[in-house]
Ligand binder design. Structure first.
Ligand code: ZN
Length: 273
């Protein structure tokens, strides 16, 4: 190897080591349960669940469906009121004492129905970052192009009712080491994804690709290529139910030469970043 080249790669290695040290030298972990349900374990060991549809999720491996084995959960983030996103929130909040962060209006529905006690709720709204796990991890609610109703069955009367679920949302989560991920929730493509890309500069985007209720692979590919421009993308919200027909292969095909790295996870899989 040419000595100049060696110096360059030597410097690169030193720089990479310094970056690793600056971030605590640790990795945070992301686990996918299928649909839009994820578990984040941060560098400092804090656990965030997003849209924890687990025990009733056809894609979640059986071994993970036992909520008693979930262990520590510090925070649950809900994107909207639909059942395949709210999932096991009430049970997990009760078992773990985790705070539940959600749209302010949806929070009133949860609180008044007694789904989750008011004192465990963090009711907030868009563009007002919060740090519910202490300084170092910030969470910002962003827009999603979807709908949000909450269907609830009264435990005593057995009567089903439809309640306001606030506005649907996505989340920008900035971790201790500065890594920024964007969980889009359920969404169609919208022009303000350009703002999300420019303002938050997500390293990783978790995007629905299944179609029918959300973006299909072609719309999600447009969002990545033209608007969000994240470094990496994980497709989600596909294959869980028959109408969600989009596939990661179609998504990768539609992306073409876009520079984003596509990470296709298997339900239950964990990845370190
Ligand atoms: Zn939905």
């Amino acid at each position: 190897m040419h000595p100049g080249k060696f110096r360059f790669f030597g410097k690169l290695a030193v720089a990479m080591t310094l970056v690793a040290l600056a971030s605590g030298g640790q990795a945070w972990e992301l686990q996918w349960y299928g649909q839009a349900a994820f578990r984040i374990t941060t560098d400092s060991g804090k656990v965030i669940l997003i849209d924890p549809f687990i025990s009733g999720n056809p894609k979640t491996p059986e071994a993970l469906k036992d909520l008693g084995k979930l262990g520590r959960v510090d925070l649950i983030l809900l994107t909207h009121g639909h059942g395949d996103h709210v999932g096991d929130t009430a049970k997990i909040a009760e078992m773990t004492g985790a705070k539940v962060a959600l749209n302010a209006d949806f929070g009133h529905t949860f609180g008044t129905l007694g789904v989750v006690p008011y004192q465990q709720l963090i009711r907030f709204n868009k563009s007002g970052p919060i740090e519910p796990l202490g300084p170092g991890i910030s969470i910002t609610m962003v827009r999603a192009e979807h709908s949000s109703e909450y269907v609830h069955t009264d435990a005593r009367s057995g009567k089903k009712g439809v309640y306001p679920g606030g506005e649907p949302a996505g989340y920008i989560i900035r971790l201790e080491n500065g890594f920024t991920l964007y969980h889009a929730g359920d969404t169609g493509v919208f022009g303000d994804m350009k703002f999300i890309g420019e303002y938050y500069r997500p390293d990783l985007a978790l995007l629905p690709i299944g179609g029918h209720f959300t973006m299909d692979p072609a719309h999600a590919a447009y969002a990545v290529r033209e608007l969000l421009k994240p470094k990496s993308v994980i497709p989600m919200h596909y294959g869980t139910f028959p109408p969600l027909k989009g596939t990661p292969e179609q998504f990768i095909g539609a992306l073409g030469e876009a520079p984003a790295q596509v990470i296709v996870m298997a339900p239950g899989e964990s990845r370190k970043f």
